[in-house]
Design a protein around this ligand. Sequence first.
Ligand code: FMN
Length: 322
Amino acid sequence: MLNNMPQIAIAPMLDWTDRHYRYFMRKISKKTILYTEMVVADAIIHGDRDKLLEFNPEEQHVVLQLGGSNPEKLATSTKIAVEYGYQEINLNCGCPSDRVQSGKFGACLMKEPELVADCIKAMQEVVSIPVTVKQRIGLDYDYDYDYCAKFVETIANAGCKSFIIHARNAVLKGLSPKDNREIPPLRYDYVYQLKKDFPDLNIMLNGGIKTTTDMINHLELVDGVMLGREAYYNPYLFANFDNQFFADNNPLRTRKEIALDMISYLENHLAQGHRLHHVTRHMIGLYHGCKKAKLWRQQLTTNIIKSNNIKDYIDLLGIMDE
Ligand SMILES: Cc1cc2nc3c(=O)[nH]c(=O)nc-3n(C[C@H](O)[C@H](O)[C@H](O)COP(=O)(O)O)c2cc1C
């Protein structure tokens, strides 16, 4: 698939991919697609919309991930989201947590392809931006490719053209969400087969990707890749992606340049009466694998929290390597 422009995305991650993390990642890569945390449709309809949906225009391209299973509510929240400037809406059909299951959304929706198709139809009817699905390959301990393919086919027949497939089953009872990201085996072959069986659909692969080599290998067989934990723990991995995958020709920015570039954002955040840590907590991995990684991590998780002073952040940069 490398002949076409590949898609590279950072996965939706609750409590991690908030607006501050996304802004930081945008300083590292301009072309990577960024996702919000999952936002529940009911919360958008009844809650503090600005708090849930506002983001910095510099973060674009941003995809809002919605949680829900009521077509009408999903359509309403999709419409509201478009007013906030989102460029794409994604429906969560992969989260296995108990809380999500009790609300009848997330991975348990894979049992109800017709309902998901109704949701997608309702969402698409009210907007012109893409509405996509993020799902698992199956549920519990059933490894049945046809089940997975049937789910995709049903949703595709409702007009959905783009699928992000976390290449593991979701085990709905007995495994925590964290275990559900580690214990069910990765079956990349299912995702490759989906691309073969549905060549006109946009298929992105997610799960367990850690290196550029992994990405290149997958991109031979699917349209895009989505990285979750590695993007959070090792954000600088993305520093060369715009050049490597999107043929940009910009000089590679150093970690220090990226950290310096965050100063005005941090100052602005402080000026609004917020704490530096809301932003810097997402930057802890910036020096991952470097000599001074520990120093950086320690300072961001102790002194910077305590002092909440931008001068300490700038002083810290003074002693960090490029
Ligand atoms: C802290 C955390 C929160 C997550 N929250 C969400 C979420 O809100 N919506 C979702 O679809 N997946 C969520 N996920 C799953 C990721 O999007 C991704 O599918 C999973 O981590 C596998 O990708 P990886 O192996 O590259 O991390 C979360 C993962 C983590 C680690």
